[in-house]
Design a protein around this ligand. Structure first.
Ligand code: ADP
Ligand code: MG
Length: 354
Protein backbone atom coordinates (compact mmCIF):
# COMPACT_ATOMS: atom_id res chain seq x y z
CA UNK A 1 0.00 0.00 0.00
CA UNK A 2 1.39 3.39 -0.94
CA UNK A 3 -0.82 6.02 0.50
CA UNK A 4 0.69 9.44 1.09
CA UNK A 5 -0.57 11.27 4.13
CA UNK A 6 0.31 14.81 5.14
CA UNK A 7 -0.92 15.96 8.51
CA UNK A 8 -0.80 19.61 9.53
CA UNK A 9 2.38 20.21 7.55
CA UNK A 10 3.87 23.68 7.80
CA UNK A 11 6.99 24.82 5.97
CA UNK A 12 8.49 28.29 6.01
CA UNK A 13 11.44 29.92 4.31
CA UNK A 14 13.34 32.51 6.37
CA UNK A 15 10.37 32.80 8.67
CA UNK A 16 7.88 33.32 5.82
CA UNK A 17 5.25 30.57 5.75
CA UNK A 18 4.97 28.70 2.44
CA UNK A 19 2.71 25.91 3.72
CA UNK A 20 0.25 26.42 6.55
CA UNK A 21 -1.17 23.30 8.17
CA UNK A 22 -1.52 21.33 4.98
CA UNK A 23 -3.37 18.06 5.49
CA UNK A 24 -4.19 15.68 2.70
CA UNK A 25 -4.40 11.99 2.19
CA UNK A 26 -3.71 10.31 -1.15
CA UNK A 27 -4.99 6.75 -1.50
CA UNK A 28 -3.10 3.84 -2.94
CA UNK A 29 -3.23 4.03 -6.73
CA UNK A 30 -4.93 7.41 -6.75
CA UNK A 31 -4.23 10.22 -9.23
CA UNK A 32 -4.26 13.23 -6.92
CA UNK A 33 -3.68 16.76 -8.20
CA UNK A 34 -2.54 19.92 -6.44
CA UNK A 35 -3.80 22.96 -8.30
CA UNK A 36 -3.53 26.66 -7.53
CA UNK A 37 -1.96 29.88 -8.74
CA UNK A 38 1.78 30.44 -8.84
CA UNK A 39 3.31 30.75 -5.38
CA UNK A 40 0.50 28.96 -3.50
CA UNK A 41 2.81 26.17 -2.28
CA UNK A 42 2.36 23.31 -4.77
CA UNK A 43 6.05 22.68 -5.41
CA UNK A 44 6.87 23.03 -1.73
CA UNK A 45 4.25 20.38 -0.94
CA UNK A 46 5.74 18.03 -3.51
CA UNK A 47 9.30 18.68 -2.33
CA UNK A 48 8.22 17.97 1.21
CA UNK A 49 6.82 14.59 0.14
CA UNK A 50 10.03 13.91 -1.80
CA UNK A 51 12.21 14.82 1.18
CA UNK A 52 13.87 17.94 -0.23
CA UNK A 53 12.16 20.02 2.45
CA UNK A 54 11.54 18.98 6.04
CA UNK A 55 8.35 20.30 7.65
CA UNK A 56 8.69 22.72 10.56
CA UNK A 57 5.70 20.97 12.08
CA UNK A 58 3.45 18.13 11.01
CA UNK A 59 4.10 14.69 9.59
CA UNK A 60 4.48 13.01 6.21
CA UNK A 61 3.72 9.32 5.81
CA UNK A 62 4.45 7.26 2.72
CA UNK A 63 3.14 3.72 2.64
CA UNK A 64 2.29 3.85 6.33
CA UNK A 65 5.80 4.95 7.37
CA UNK A 66 6.61 8.32 8.92
CA UNK A 67 9.42 9.55 6.67
CA UNK A 68 10.78 12.31 8.91
CA UNK A 69 14.54 12.43 8.39
CA UNK A 70 14.49 9.89 5.53
CA UNK A 71 16.58 11.28 2.63
CA UNK A 72 14.96 11.64 -0.82
CA UNK A 73 16.82 8.66 -2.35
CA UNK A 74 15.37 6.35 0.32
CA UNK A 75 11.76 7.51 -0.03
CA UNK A 76 10.94 5.38 -3.03
CA UNK A 77 9.39 8.22 -5.01
CA UNK A 78 9.92 9.11 -8.68
CA UNK A 79 9.88 12.76 -9.68
CA UNK A 80 9.42 14.68 -12.92
CA UNK A 81 9.94 18.43 -12.87
CA UNK A 82 8.71 21.08 -15.28
CA UNK A 83 12.02 21.64 -16.98
CA UNK A 84 13.93 18.69 -15.72
CA UNK A 85 16.46 18.75 -18.51
CA UNK A 86 17.73 15.32 -19.43
CA UNK A 87 21.48 14.90 -19.14
CA UNK A 88 22.63 16.23 -22.53
CA UNK A 89 25.84 14.20 -22.66
CA UNK A 90 23.97 10.92 -22.16
CA UNK A 91 21.87 9.02 -24.68
CA UNK A 92 18.16 8.52 -24.07
CA UNK A 93 18.91 4.98 -22.88
CA UNK A 94 21.57 6.19 -20.45
CA UNK A 95 19.22 8.83 -19.12
CA UNK A 96 16.56 6.23 -18.35
CA UNK A 97 19.13 3.84 -16.88
CA UNK A 98 20.32 6.66 -14.62
CA UNK A 99 17.00 6.26 -12.82
CA UNK A 100 18.17 2.79 -11.80
CA UNK A 101 21.30 3.98 -10.03
CA UNK A 102 19.97 3.85 -6.48
CA UNK A 103 17.95 0.72 -6.30
CA UNK A 104 17.12 -2.51 -8.00
CA UNK A 105 13.57 -2.43 -9.21
CA UNK A 106 11.28 -5.26 -8.25
CA UNK A 107 11.29 -8.31 -10.55
CA UNK A 108 14.17 -10.15 -12.12
CA UNK A 109 14.59 -8.24 -15.35
CA UNK A 110 18.08 -6.97 -16.19
CA UNK A 111 18.72 -3.26 -16.61
CA UNK A 112 18.84 -3.27 -20.41
CA UNK A 113 15.55 -5.07 -20.67
CA UNK A 114 14.03 -2.81 -18.04
CA UNK A 115 15.05 0.28 -20.01
CA UNK A 116 13.58 -1.21 -23.19
CA UNK A 117 10.32 -1.90 -21.36
CA UNK A 118 10.20 1.65 -20.04
CA UNK A 119 10.87 3.14 -23.46
CA UNK A 120 8.02 1.07 -24.82
CA UNK A 121 5.79 2.15 -21.95
CA UNK A 122 6.24 5.83 -22.84
CA UNK A 123 5.92 5.06 -26.55
CA UNK A 124 9.58 5.77 -27.31
CA UNK A 125 10.70 2.26 -28.27
CA UNK A 126 13.73 2.25 -30.54
CA UNK A 127 14.76 5.79 -29.56
CA UNK A 128 17.31 4.70 -26.94
CA UNK A 129 20.40 5.66 -28.91
CA UNK A 130 19.22 9.21 -29.66
CA UNK A 131 20.63 12.24 -27.91
CA UNK A 132 18.16 14.26 -25.84
CA UNK A 133 18.71 17.30 -28.07
CA UNK A 134 17.30 15.35 -31.01
CA UNK A 135 13.98 14.97 -29.21
CA UNK A 136 10.99 17.32 -29.11
CA UNK A 137 9.93 18.81 -25.77
CA UNK A 138 7.12 16.29 -25.47
CA UNK A 139 9.47 13.37 -26.16
CA UNK A 140 11.95 14.70 -23.60
CA UNK A 141 9.22 14.74 -20.95
CA UNK A 142 8.28 11.16 -21.85
CA UNK A 143 11.90 10.18 -21.24
CA UNK A 144 11.95 12.11 -17.97
CA UNK A 145 8.85 10.12 -17.01
CA UNK A 146 10.53 6.83 -17.96
CA UNK A 147 13.58 7.81 -15.90
CA UNK A 148 11.40 8.59 -12.87
CA UNK A 149 9.60 5.24 -13.24
CA UNK A 150 12.80 3.23 -13.76
CA UNK A 151 13.41 2.20 -10.15
CA UNK A 152 9.78 1.11 -9.73
CA UNK A 153 8.82 3.81 -7.22
CA UNK A 154 5.84 3.47 -4.93
CA UNK A 155 4.80 7.04 -5.61
CA UNK A 156 5.10 9.26 -8.66
CA UNK A 157 5.44 13.03 -8.19
CA UNK A 158 4.91 15.25 -11.23
CA UNK A 159 5.56 18.99 -10.92
CA UNK A 160 3.99 20.82 -13.88
CA UNK A 161 5.48 18.30 -16.30
CA UNK A 162 3.61 19.73 -19.29
CA UNK A 163 3.71 23.46 -18.68
CA UNK A 164 6.63 24.09 -21.03
CA UNK A 165 4.77 22.48 -23.95
CA UNK A 166 2.29 24.04 -26.33
CA UNK A 167 -1.44 23.72 -25.74
CA UNK A 168 -2.20 20.90 -28.21
CA UNK A 169 0.65 18.76 -26.99
CA UNK A 170 -0.28 19.43 -23.38
CA UNK A 171 -3.79 18.16 -23.97
CA UNK A 172 -2.47 15.04 -25.69
CA UNK A 173 0.22 14.24 -23.16
CA UNK A 174 -2.03 14.69 -20.15
CA UNK A 175 -4.07 11.76 -21.45
CA UNK A 176 -0.88 9.76 -22.01
CA UNK A 177 0.11 10.40 -18.39
CA UNK A 178 -3.32 9.49 -17.09
CA UNK A 179 -3.41 6.26 -19.14
CA UNK A 180 0.07 5.30 -17.97
CA UNK A 181 -0.86 5.98 -14.36
CA UNK A 182 -3.94 3.77 -14.72
CA UNK A 183 -1.94 1.02 -16.37
CA UNK A 184 0.68 1.02 -13.60
CA UNK A 185 -1.79 1.74 -10.80
CA UNK A 186 0.85 3.95 -9.22
CA UNK A 187 -0.05 6.47 -6.53
CA UNK A 188 0.50 9.83 -8.20
CA UNK A 189 0.63 13.43 -7.01
CA UNK A 190 0.39 15.78 -9.96
CA UNK A 191 0.99 19.53 -9.74
CA UNK A 192 -0.44 22.07 -12.16
CA UNK A 193 -1.54 25.69 -12.17
CA UNK A 194 -4.02 24.79 -14.93
CA UNK A 195 -7.43 24.12 -13.40
CA UNK A 196 -8.82 22.60 -16.61
CA UNK A 197 -5.95 20.10 -16.68
CA UNK A 198 -6.57 19.27 -13.01
CA UNK A 199 -10.28 18.61 -13.58
CA UNK A 200 -9.62 16.60 -16.73
CA UNK A 201 -7.34 13.85 -15.46
CA UNK A 202 -7.57 13.57 -11.67
CA UNK A 203 -9.34 11.21 -9.32
CA UNK A 204 -9.31 13.98 -6.74
CA UNK A 205 -8.07 17.54 -6.66
CA UNK A 206 -6.76 19.75 -3.85
CA UNK A 207 -7.16 23.46 -4.58
CA UNK A 208 -4.40 25.43 -2.86
CA UNK A 209 -4.28 29.12 -2.08
CA UNK A 210 -1.67 31.02 -0.13
CA UNK A 211 -0.08 27.97 1.47
CA UNK A 212 -3.35 26.36 2.46
CA UNK A 213 -5.61 23.69 1.06
CA UNK A 214 -8.94 25.35 0.29
CA UNK A 215 -10.86 22.30 -0.86
CA UNK A 216 -10.27 18.64 -1.63
CA UNK A 217 -12.69 16.65 -3.72
CA UNK A 218 -13.54 14.89 -6.91
CA UNK A 219 -13.35 17.19 -9.96
CA UNK A 220 -17.13 17.28 -10.25
CA UNK A 221 -17.54 18.36 -6.63
CA UNK A 222 -14.85 21.03 -6.91
CA UNK A 223 -16.58 22.42 -9.97
CA UNK A 224 -20.20 22.11 -8.88
CA UNK A 225 -19.89 22.75 -5.15
CA UNK A 226 -17.00 25.16 -4.64
CA UNK A 227 -16.37 25.51 -0.91
CA UNK A 228 -15.09 29.05 -1.03
CA UNK A 229 -15.15 32.17 -3.10
CA UNK A 230 -11.55 31.50 -4.12
CA UNK A 231 -12.34 28.02 -5.47
CA UNK A 232 -15.45 29.30 -7.23
CA UNK A 233 -13.38 31.92 -9.01
CA UNK A 234 -10.27 29.89 -9.71
CA UNK A 235 -11.91 26.76 -11.11
CA UNK A 236 -13.73 27.23 -14.39
CA UNK A 237 -15.69 30.20 -15.70
CA UNK A 238 -18.06 31.53 -13.10
CA UNK A 239 -20.38 34.30 -12.04
CA UNK A 240 -20.03 35.66 -8.54
CA UNK A 241 -23.07 37.73 -7.80
CA UNK A 242 -23.93 39.74 -4.75
CA UNK A 243 -26.86 38.50 -2.72
CA UNK A 244 -28.77 39.80 0.26
CA UNK A 245 -30.07 37.51 3.00
CA UNK A 246 -33.87 37.55 3.07
CA UNK A 247 -34.33 35.11 5.92
CA UNK A 248 -32.16 32.67 7.84
CA UNK A 249 -34.86 30.16 8.70
CA UNK A 250 -35.51 28.90 6.10
CA UNK A 251 -32.26 30.16 4.51
CA UNK A 252 -33.17 32.44 1.64
CA UNK A 253 -31.21 35.00 -0.31
CA UNK A 254 -32.11 37.49 -2.96
CA UNK A 255 -29.96 38.58 -5.86
CA UNK A 256 -28.95 42.08 -4.95
CA UNK A 257 -29.88 44.96 -7.17
CA UNK A 258 -32.99 45.85 -9.01
CA UNK A 259 -35.76 43.67 -10.18
CA UNK A 260 -38.76 42.12 -8.61
CA UNK A 261 -37.82 41.00 -5.08
CA UNK A 262 -40.19 38.07 -5.20
CA UNK A 263 -38.84 36.86 -8.51
CA UNK A 264 -35.18 36.81 -7.43
CA UNK A 265 -35.50 35.16 -4.02
CA UNK A 266 -33.63 31.88 -3.82
CA UNK A 267 -33.91 29.12 -1.21
CA UNK A 268 -30.40 27.86 -0.37
CA UNK A 269 -29.07 24.93 1.65
CA UNK A 270 -27.33 26.97 4.28
CA UNK A 271 -25.87 30.37 4.98
CA UNK A 272 -22.20 30.79 5.90
CA UNK A 273 -22.51 33.33 8.69
CA UNK A 274 -24.54 36.07 10.22
CA UNK A 275 -23.77 38.34 7.31
CA UNK A 276 -26.52 40.22 5.61
CA UNK A 277 -24.78 40.00 2.29
CA UNK A 278 -23.44 36.88 0.64
CA UNK A 279 -21.67 35.91 -2.56
CA UNK A 280 -23.47 33.54 -4.90
CA UNK A 281 -21.81 31.38 -7.54
CA UNK A 282 -23.64 30.54 -10.77
CA UNK A 283 -21.90 28.78 -13.67
CA UNK A 284 -22.28 30.38 -17.14
CA UNK A 285 -23.81 27.16 -18.51
CA UNK A 286 -26.50 27.33 -15.82
CA UNK A 287 -27.70 30.75 -16.96
CA UNK A 288 -30.22 30.06 -19.72
CA UNK A 289 -30.43 32.86 -22.22
CA UNK A 290 -33.97 33.29 -23.54
CA UNK A 291 -35.62 31.00 -20.96
CA UNK A 292 -38.46 33.17 -19.69
CA UNK A 293 -40.14 30.26 -17.92
CA UNK A 294 -37.23 29.65 -15.49
CA UNK A 295 -37.97 30.10 -11.76
CA UNK A 296 -35.77 33.21 -11.71
CA UNK A 297 -35.58 35.56 -14.66
CA UNK A 298 -33.40 38.61 -15.11
CA UNK A 299 -33.73 41.17 -17.85
CA UNK A 300 -30.20 41.92 -19.04
CA UNK A 301 -28.40 43.56 -21.92
CA UNK A 302 -25.70 41.98 -24.05
CA UNK A 303 -22.30 43.70 -23.86
CA UNK A 304 -19.83 41.49 -25.71
CA UNK A 305 -20.14 38.14 -27.46
CA UNK A 306 -17.27 35.71 -28.04
CA UNK A 307 -17.74 32.84 -30.51
CA UNK A 308 -16.14 29.65 -29.20
CA UNK A 309 -17.13 27.21 -31.92
CA UNK A 310 -19.45 25.01 -29.87
CA UNK A 311 -21.06 27.92 -28.03
CA UNK A 312 -21.12 31.67 -27.53
CA UNK A 313 -19.61 33.23 -24.45
CA UNK A 314 -21.96 36.12 -23.79
CA UNK A 315 -21.06 38.95 -21.43
CA UNK A 316 -24.32 40.45 -20.19
CA UNK A 317 -25.07 43.29 -17.85
CA UNK A 318 -27.80 43.07 -15.27
CA UNK A 319 -28.30 45.92 -12.83
CA UNK A 320 -24.61 46.94 -12.78
CA UNK A 321 -23.45 43.36 -12.30
CA UNK A 322 -21.91 41.51 -15.21
CA UNK A 323 -23.26 38.05 -15.93
CA UNK A 324 -21.36 35.59 -18.09
CA UNK A 325 -23.54 33.20 -20.08
CA UNK A 326 -22.66 30.14 -22.13
CA UNK A 327 -25.16 30.13 -24.98
CA UNK A 328 -25.45 27.28 -27.46
CA UNK A 329 -27.91 28.88 -29.88
CA UNK A 330 -27.32 29.27 -33.60
CA UNK A 331 -26.61 32.98 -33.67
CA UNK A 332 -25.00 35.58 -31.45
CA UNK A 333 -27.57 37.20 -29.17
CA UNK A 334 -27.83 40.98 -28.94
CA UNK A 335 -29.75 43.75 -27.25
CA UNK A 336 -32.04 43.00 -24.32
CA UNK A 337 -32.26 39.36 -23.30
CA UNK A 338 -33.94 37.28 -20.60
CA UNK A 339 -31.64 35.22 -18.39
CA UNK A 340 -33.28 32.21 -16.72
CA UNK A 341 -31.80 30.71 -13.57
CA UNK A 342 -32.77 27.59 -11.66
CA UNK A 343 -32.18 28.14 -7.90
CA UNK A 344 -30.75 24.63 -7.61
CA UNK A 345 -27.73 25.72 -9.63
CA UNK A 346 -26.89 28.58 -7.26
CA UNK A 347 -24.25 28.02 -4.58
CA UNK A 348 -23.50 30.32 -1.65
CA UNK A 349 -19.70 30.63 -1.56
CA UNK A 350 -19.10 33.08 1.23
CA UNK A 351 -20.21 35.96 3.32
CA UNK A 352 -19.35 39.55 2.69
CA UNK A 353 -15.63 40.13 2.40
CA UNK A 354 -14.77 36.45 2.46
P1 ADP B 1 4.06 27.04 -6.43
O1 ADP B 1 4.78 25.79 -6.80
O2 ADP B 1 2.62 26.82 -6.10
O3 ADP B 1 4.21 28.12 -7.46
P2 ADP B 1 6.05 27.24 -4.34
O4 ADP B 1 5.83 26.05 -3.49
O5 ADP B 1 7.18 27.18 -5.29
O6 ADP B 1 4.70 27.62 -5.09
O7 ADP B 1 6.27 28.50 -3.42
C1 ADP B 1 5.46 28.80 -2.33
C2 ADP B 1 6.01 30.04 -1.63
O8 ADP B 1 7.26 29.72 -1.03
C3 ADP B 1 6.28 31.19 -2.56
O9 ADP B 1 5.97 32.37 -1.87
C4 ADP B 1 7.75 31.09 -2.84
O10 ADP B 1 8.30 32.34 -3.13
C5 ADP B 1 8.29 30.56 -1.54
N1 ADP B 1 9.49 29.69 -1.72
C6 ADP B 1 9.52 28.51 -2.34
N2 ADP B 1 10.76 27.98 -2.31
C7 ADP B 1 11.53 28.86 -1.64
C8 ADP B 1 12.92 28.90 -1.26
N3 ADP B 1 13.75 27.90 -1.55
N4 ADP B 1 13.35 29.98 -0.58
C9 ADP B 1 12.51 31.00 -0.25
N5 ADP B 1 11.21 31.02 -0.57
C10 ADP B 1 10.71 29.98 -1.26
MG1 MG C 1 5.81 25.31 -8.55
Amino acid sequence: MSEVILEDVSVSFDGVPALRDVSLSVSDGEFFTLVGPSGCGKTTTLRTVAGFEEPDTGTVEIGGVDVAGVPPEDRNVGIVFQNYALFPHMSVRENVAYGLRYRDPPGDVDDDERVDNLLELVDMAGMGERDPEELSGGQQQRIALARALAPGPEVLLLDEPLSALDARLRERLRVVIRDLQQELGITTIYVTHDQAEALAISDRVAVMHDGRVEQIGRPEAIYREPASRFVAEFVGDNNLLEGAVVSTDPPQVRLAGGGDEQATTIAVDSLPSENERVTLSIRPEDVRLGDASAPITLSATVDTVEFLGDAYRVHCRWDDQSVLVKYTGDAAPEGTVTLGIDPETVTVVGGEGS
